[in-house]
Ligand binder design. Sequence first.
Ligand code: ZN
Ligand code: ZN
Length: 255
Amino acid sequence: MKIKVLGCSGAEFPGHNPPAFLLDDDIVFDAGSLTNTLDASEQAKLKNIFITHAHLDHIRGISFLADNIIVAKRKQRVNIISIPSVLNTIKKNLLNDSLWPDFTMIPDYENAVLRYKAMKAGSLIRIRNYNIALHKVNHSVPAVGYLVEDGNKKSFFYTGDTGPTASTWEKIGDRKLNCLIIETSFPNKMRDMAVLTGHLTPQLLKEEIMKIKQMPEHIYITHPKPQHFKVIKAELERLKIKNLKLLKDGDIIRI
Ligand SMILES: [Zn+2]
Ligand SMILES: [Zn+2]
């Protein structure tokens, strides 16, 4: 498995893109940075976009991608996959023919550029040789993380945005993840804010990792606030967790 980090930031500044992770060349997890990081031919390969939750920094790329497909007159269908409440928020508030066109009806329903695919938390979808399962996480809005396993039983779990959660790790069970991509948004001094808004600090991250039965082989940190990047980085280093790495845009993860 090859994952390209298109964006892994908890806010937007030059050089700090909102979250999007490209698996191989056709599957994306979160859509914070699609059209600003992928060129036209790379955009043309996208088929499935998994959304963790409907916050703007995780969905906004859907709108510009759909527009680019129409303008290029490409026969391309992209599935937008998530739990029903996430898709409903996108439908009602983003692709609502007011803020942006409803690309699930353009040019018409049958040939539409986008199609919603609703899935229940706890369910599983198979795409090529991947089994992709949705597991609830704990954020300020309904949100899921994605557990991906390939035919060789290699696996990763991407949390999206989450605060402390026990049930998510119970679902992971005693499986040994090859890779955990988990958020850490705030420095330790902002613990209250993190808990209130459904995010983690380095200390909270450590407490989460203690809940996982088998230590993941590699832990990659996403979604830090660039304004607090240095402090978060130093606090993460002080945790002395083996094989933990703070991601940056453009990184490639091989599993
Ligand atoms: Zn969020
Ligand atoms: Zn976010």
